[in-house]
Design a protein around this ligand. Sequence first.
Ligand SMILES: NC(=O)C1=CN([C@@H]2O[C@H](COP(=O)(O)OP(=O)(O)OC[C@H]3O[C@@H](n4cnc5c(N)ncnc54)[C@H](OP(=O)(O)O)[C@@H]3O)[C@@H](O)[C@H]2O)C=CC1
Ligand SMILES: CC(=O)N[C@@H](CCC(=O)OP(=O)(O)O)C(=O)O
Length: 343
Amino acid sequence: MIKVGIVGGTGYTGVELLRLLAVHPDVQLTAITSRKEDGLPVADMFPSLRGRVNLAFSAPDKADLTQCDVVFFATPHGVAMAQAPALLAAGVKVIDLAADFRLKDQATFEQWYKIPHTCPELLKEAVYGLVELNRDAIKGAKLIANPGCYPTTMQLGFYPLLKAGLVDAGGLIADCKSGVSGAGRKAEIATLFSEASDNFKAYGVAGHRHTPETVAQLQNFTDQPVNLIFTPHLVPMIRGMHSTLYARLTRDISNEELQALFEAQYADAAFVDVMPFGSHPETRSTRGSNMLRLALHRNGNTVIVLVVQDNLVKGASGQAVQCMNLMFGLDEGKGLNQVALLP
Ligand SMILES: NC(=O)C1=CN([C@@H]2O[C@H](COP(=O)(O)OP(=O)(O)OC[C@H]3O[C@@H](n4cnc5c(N)ncnc54)[C@H](OP(=O)(O)O)[C@@H]3O)[C@@H](O)[C@H]2O)C=CC1
Ligand SMILES: CC(=O)N[C@@H](CCC(=O)OP(=O)(O)O)C(=O)O
């Protein structure tokens, strides 16, 4: 059994990890932290876990995380970097759901996240946890930087086009929408019911921290300089993300060839569903599941890729469990085969 610790068990990605890992056949939940709920049984806070999780939260400084085989950090940026060096030195693998290890360049991290990086030496060692594009490296990793939710949709949608050299990498556009759980469980005015429901708005238009992450990763797949215009929006739903991606074709290709390209690229990807050309994927077809669905459209020489996922599953905790499975030599889909919830 893999002994698992979770730092930040009271947040949305933390409780999503608990939902997935409580029924994972190879996992023994060993420690779950909360600064505010030290001593409280996990199932008292989350009755959905009654009979499934018998542990209590413990304060981060009381939890002995070195007894774990792997520790997930479902915490704000800056928390994992403070604890990862000691855990790694003790032989514990680390999966960070925040951005502490996503950017290889320290100065870029500090510019976008406005905090100093306290262990820049680990940036090189960290492996970016987007399984479909980085599977082999993840298998041997000790430290995983789990991708951001928007970057997961943008990378999986643009990747086959860039890799095939079919589009102008300097003119990528991503128009993305996220449910409110993407902002986490902490109290904030923007996510109050009366602010976020029956309302719709863009944010981060002048620059969102997921732009440098996505550009840096996409740049690995093309020699052309990548330029991306990314605009996120907050939509009045709880879970779900929909990204509409635009790329200008630089050579002639039929719709059938485009479709075949994506189908071949993701033929072995259990969690990427390439829908028939011209389909309209719905966020609810991924709700509660680790599946990302995409569909291709065409308008003249512009390819439009529609991508949907559950931001808390493939966009965060499901993807992190997919990485854990690979790191421990398991089938990457173990414990992740839930079908989406309808309606
Ligand atoms: N929500 C989403 O869709 C996605 C989130 N992410 C990233 O995952 C991480 C977690 O997000 P999310 O679950 O939404 O966030 P939440 O705000 O819902 O939860 C944060 C958790 O971290 C704990 N925490 C906060 N500060 C500290 C600290 N200094 N030390 C230890 N624990 C702390 C909190 O618990 P307590 O206060 O009880 O200690 C809480 O359990 C973030 O970095 C986020 O950016 C990534 C992809 C998608
Ligand atoms: C709706 C909403 O607010 N979403 C979050 C993204 C959540 C995510 O993926 O986060 P990290 O990169 O922070 O890990 C945001 O735009 O800040």
